[in-house]
Write a protein that binds this ligand. Structure first.
Ligand code: ADP
Ligand code: MG
Length: 781
C-alpha cells in the first residue's frame, strides 16, 4: 500500500468538511460526528483540530465560521516563491508544450500524462510535481555519442551515433534471429550493431536512417561490434531524453518505462517555477547551486560537472531537512532548563577528590557539559565513549555541579543490576564530598521504596540512582536539576524527558561508539560530546580470530584461565529471527561445554529470562557461583565482572563489528590481562576482512567507522533510524563535513525562527512538510 501524502490526507479531510457545510452545519456529514473525523485524520494539522474543537457543542453559526477557518487551512498553499527563470541552464530537450507555471505541490492527477499514468505514479509512490522532481535517478549512464571508436575497449558500454549503411539478418538455427546493422559515424568509422531475437526491430532498420545506439562493445582486432541495449532514431534536429546525453536511470517497476518517468520529470521541471527554499545568501555561504539548476542537473545533466554540483546541492538538502526534522522533534527543541553556576573551581574541587586526574578527553567534554549547564536552555547532550573511558566519572562531576547549586540529581540505568553498579560507583565519587546518594529500584520492598520516596520529596537525598521506576512511579522531586540517563536507546528517554517533572537538564550516556556522522543524524536532537581516549595504564584486550576447526584449542585456553581462578563468557550465535532458536543454541552450547570443560561449572543466561532472573544469574556469576557463563547477546549491557578475563564468541561472523566490540567490552574490567576469542564458522573473504578489524583494533570509534563503511547505515544496530532510510544521495560514511554544515544552517534557521513562520521561509516549510509527510502519516495511523 502506498503511503498517502499529506495533501491526500488534506483531501480526505476537506471533502467531508465541504459536505458538512453544504448540509447546513448539522454535524451529520460524518458518522459519529465531526470530532471523530478529526481524531482519525487531523493529527498532522493541529490548527485544523483546534479550529473545530468542540464542534458538537457549537451553535450553527459558530460551526459555519469554524468550518470556514478549517477549510482555508486545508486549501493547498501556493507557497513557491517565484524567481526569474534561468533558461540558459537548461539542456536542449525535445520541445515541451509550454503552459503556465504550477506550484510544486500540484497533484499529478491534475495534469495529463496519458492513459494509465495515475496507476503508474501511484506504483512509484509519486503524487505531486514535487515528488517527481525529487525522485532522483538511481544511477546515471553516459549515453553521449563517442567521438571516436579507436579507444573503445572490449566489454565497455558505449553510445554510437551514425547512419545505417547496411543491414543483415541471420538465423543460425531455428528459433534464433540475429539482426545486424552497420553504422557509420561522422568520422567515417564503422561499427556493427547486433540485436538478438528482437524481430520487431527489423522493420525500423532502414538504410540511410540516423541512429543512436547504446550497448556493450566487443572488440575484434580493429573492428568494434555493439550488442544493442537501447536505440533511438535521431529525427531532424531533434533532441532525445534517452539518448545522446548523460541520462538518469530510475527505479524500475513492471510496465513503467524509463521514458515515461523521464517525460514526467521533464514536464515537472518545465512547469514548476524555479524558486528555491534555500535563499541566495545561504547558497553563497554554503557554496550551493540553485535548486532549479540542481534538479535539471540531477535529471538531465549537461556534463559531469553539472551532475556533480547538482548532487552536492541535493545531498546537502537531504541533510538539511533531516537535521531540521530531528531538531524540531517533539517541537521542544528550545526549552528553558536550569541555570547552574558550574564554576571551574567546583570542577577542580571534584577532580581533586579523585584518586586520578581526568584525561584530556574527559576534561574537554566536562567543559562542554558545564557550558550547557550554565546556559538557560535545557541541556540535551549525548555523552559517548567506549566502555571504561570514564563517562561515569564525568557524569558524577556534573551531578556534583548540580548539587553545589542545591539541585537534586538523578541517574537512570536500563536494568536493576546496572543501577546497583552505578549506585556503588556514585557513592565512591560523591559521598566523601558530602553528597547524599540514594537508590530506588523495583526489587526494594514497598516499605523501603516509600521511605526513599519520602526522603527524595523532602530533599533529604541529593542524587538518586534508579531504573525507569524513577520516571514511572511518579517520584515527587524536591528540586530535580540534572538527569543522567545511561544507555539511551533502551529507553527512548528523549520522548520521556518531558515526563521528568521540573524540566531538568539531561545528559545521556552511551557506550556504543557510533561515527559522528551517524550520531548527528540519528541523535540530531542531542548535542554530542565524545570521549575518544581511554585512561592511561589499561592493558588492551588481546583478540584472536580462529577457525571453528581450532575450537578445542580455544577451550583448552579457557580451561587454563579457569584453573587460574578466572571466569569466562561464552556467547552463542546471533539468531535474529527467533528467541526460541537462540535459546536452543545456547542450551546446546552449554551442554557441549559441560563435555568440553568437565571441570568447569557452567551457567546460562538468555533473552527468554525475565529481568529479575537475568539479574540473579549475573549476580551469581559475579559472586563466582560458576566459572563459565554461556549467554545469548543479552550480556551486551555494561555489567562489571572484573574476574572474567576471557570471552569466546561463537559464530562471530554473524555479528556486526560494533556489536562484537560491545560484547568484548565485558572482559578487561579488572587489572588482569584479558582475552577475546572469535570463533568463525563458514565465511567469505569479505567477512574475514571485517573480523580482522576487530582483531587489530580496540578503538570503538575506529571500528564503528569501519562498520559503517562496510555495511552502510541501514544495517547498523542500536541506532535510531528515523529519516535515514530517506537518504537517497547521502552516504553517512563520507558525508560528515556536509552533515555538519547542514546542521549548522538548520540550527541557525531554527534559532532565529523556531516555528519557521517567517513568510520568506514558506517554501522551506512546505518542502519540510512534504519530506516529513510519510513520517507524519505513520503517526496518524
Ligand atoms: P565508563 O562509565 O565510561 O564505562 P567509568 O567512569 O566507569 O567508565 O570508568 C572506568 C574505570 O576507570 C573506573 O574504575 C574509573 O574509576 C576509572 N577512571 C575513570 N577516569 C579515569 C582517569 N582519568 N584516570 C584513571 N582512571 C579513571
Ligand atoms: Mg560506566
Amino acid at each position: 500500500m502506498p503511503v498517502p501524502t499529506l495533501s491526500e490526507i488534506q483531501d480526505k479531510l476537506r471533502r467531508p468538511l465541504e459536505l458538512e457545510r453544504a448540509q447546513g452545519c448539522q454535524n451529520r456529514a460524518v458518522a459519529g460526528g465531526m470530532e471523530k473525523l478529526l481524531d482519525n485524520f487531523a493529527r498532522p494539522f493541529p490548527k485544523v483540530r483546534e479550529a473545530l474543537r468542540g464542534y458538537g457543542e457549537m451553535s450553527s453559526e459558530e460551526r459555519g465560521a469554524a468550518l470556514e477557518t478549517a477549510l482555508t487551512l486545508l486549501t493547498p498553499a501556493q507557497t513557491a516563491p517565484r524567481a526569474p527563470t534561468r533558461v540558459e541552464n537548461r539542456p536542449k530537450l525535445p520541445a515541451e508544450e509550454s503552459a503556465g507555471p504550477l506550484p510544486p505541490g500540484t497533484e499529478l492527477s491534475k495534469l495529463n500524462f496519458g492513459p494509465g499514468a495515475g496507476k503508474k505514479f501511484t506504483a512509484l509512490g509519486l503524487y505531486t510535481l514535487r515528488d517527481v522532481l525529487h525522485n532522483y535517478p538511481r544511477r546515471h549512464e553516459d549515453r553521449r555519442a563517442l567521438p571516436s571508436l579507436a579507444q573503445v575497449e572490449d566489454g565497455q558500454k558505449v553510445t554510437v551515433e551514425g547512419v545505417i549503411v547496411s543491414k543483415h539478418r541471420r538465423t543460425p538455427r531455428p528459433g534464433m534471429l540475429i539482426l545486424e546493422a552497420t553504422l557509420e559515424n561522422a568520422w567515417g568509422e564503422r561499427v556493427k550493431c547486433t540485436w538478438f531475437n528482437q524481430a520487431w526491430i527489423e522493420k525500423g532498420l532502414r538504410e540511410g536512417l540516423k541512429l543512436i545506439v547504446s550497448g556493450r562493445a566487443k572488440r575484434f582486432g580493429k573492428s568494434v561490434q555493439v550488442a544493442v541495449e537501447h536505440m533511438e532514431s535521431v529525427g531532424e534536429g531533434g533532441h532525445s531524453l534517452s539518448s545522446g546525453r548523460i541520462i538518469g536511470i530510475y527505479d524500475a517497476r513492471d510496465g513503467i518505462s524509463q521514458e515515461f518517468v523521464r517525460k514526467a520529470v521533464q514536464t515537472a521541471l518545465t512547469r514548476v517555477p524555479p524558486g528555491d527554499y534555500i535563499t541566495a545568501r545561504w547558497r553563497t555561504q554554503y557554496g550551493l547551486t540553485d535548486l532549479s539548476d540542481a534538479l535539471w542537473g540531477m535529471h538531465f545533466p549537461h556534463d559531469e560537472a553539472h551532475l556533480e554540483r547538482a548532487t552536492a546541492r541535493l545531498r546537502f538538502d537531504e541533510y538539511l531537512f533531516l537535521e531540521l526534522r530531528v531538531l524540531l522533534q517533539g517541537d521542544d527543541a528550545i526549552l528553558m532548563g536550569k541555570r547552574f553556576s558550574a564554576t571551574d573551581d567546583d570542577m577542580q574541587q571534584f577532580e581533586a577528590s579523585l584518586p586520578f586526574t581526568f584525561t584530556n578527553a574527559q576534561r574537554r567534554v566536562l567543559y562542554e557539559i558545564a557550558d550547557d549547564m550554565r546556559g538557560e536552555q535545557q541541556m540535551a547532550r549525548l555523552l559517548q565513549g567506549d566502555v571504561g573511558s570514564g563517562k561515569t566519572a564525568v557524569a558524577a562531576c556534573a551531578l556534583y555541579l548540580a548539587w553545589r547549586d542545591h539541585y537534586q540529581g538523578a541517574l537512570m540505568a536500563p536494568t536493576e543490576i546496572l543501577a546497583r553498579q552505578h549506585y556503588a560507583s556514585l557513592q565512591t565519587y560523591l559521598t566523601p564530598l558530602g553528597v547524599r546518594v540514594g537508590l530506588l529500584i523495583g526489587a526494594m520492598t514497598p516499605k523501603l521504596k516509600a521511605e526513599v520516596q519520602a526522603r527524595i520529596a523532602a530533599g533529604e537525598v541529593d542524587v538518586v540512582v534508579g531504573t525507569q521506576a524513577l520516571i514511572q512511579e511518579a517520584v515527587q522531586w524536591h528540586n530535580l536539576g540534572l538527569a543522567v540517563v545511561d544507555e539511551e536507546h533502551r529507553f527512548g528517554v528523549m520522548q520521556r524527558r518531558k515526563l521528568l517533572t521540573g524540566r531538568p537538564d539531561v545528559l545521556v550516556m552511551s557506550a556504543t561508539p557510533i561515527p559522528r556522522s551517524l550520531a548527528l543524524t540519528s541523535y540530531g536532537d542531542l548535542e554530542l560530546s565524545i570521549i575518544d581516549e581511554l585512561p592511561p595504564g589499561r592493558t588492551p584486550i588481546e583478540t584472536k580470530l580462529i577457525q571453528d576447526t581450532a575450537r578445542r584449542q580455544a577451550y583448552g585456553f579457557v580451561m587454563k584461565q579457569i584453573r587460574e581462578g578466572r571466569q569466562a563468557y561464552v556467547v552463542t550465535a546471533l539468531i535474529e529471527e527467533s528467541d526460541t532458536l537462540e535459546l536452543l543454541a545456547a542450551t546446546q552450547l552449554a551442554d557441549d561445554l559441560k563435555v568440553l570443560l568437565p571441570e568447569a561449572r557452567v551457567g546460562l543466561l538468555h533473552g527468554r529470562m525475565s529481568a529479575v532472573e537475568k539479574d540473579a544469574v549475573m549476580e551469581q556469576f559475579r559472586e563466582r557461583a560458576f566459572d563459565v557463563l554461556v549467554s545469548t547477546t543479552v550480556i551486551e549491557v555494561g555489567v562489571d565482572v572484573p574476574n572474567a578475563t576471557v570471552m569466546v564468541i561463537e559464530n562471530a561472523e554473524r555479528f556486526g563489528l560494533s556489536q562484537l566490540h560491545q560484547l568484548r567490552g565485558r572482559v578487561g574490567r579488572g587489572s588482569a590481562q584479558s582475552y577475546c576469542v572469535l570463533v568463525a564458522g563458514e565465511h567469505s573473504q569479505k567477512t574475514r576482512k571485517r573480523l580482522k578489524i576487530i582483531e587489530s583494533s580496540t578503538d570503538g570509534f575506529v571500528i564503528a567507522e569501519a562498520d559503517l563503511k562496510l555495511r552502510g547505515h541501514g544495517e547498523l544496530r542500536g541506532t535510531r533510524q528515523s529519516g535515514l532510510d530517506e537518504l537517497k544521495l547521502g552516504d553517512l560514511s563520507n558525508d560528515l563535513e556536509i552533515i555538519e554544515r547542514a546542521r549548522e544552517l538548520a540550527k541557525y534557521i531554527l534559532r532565529h525562527d523556531p516555528a519557521l513562520s517567517h513568510p520568506g521561509l514558506a517554501y522551506l516549510r512546505a518542502e519540510l512538510q512534504a519530506r516529513s509527510s510519510q513520517v507524519a502519516y505513520r503517526e496518524v495511523i
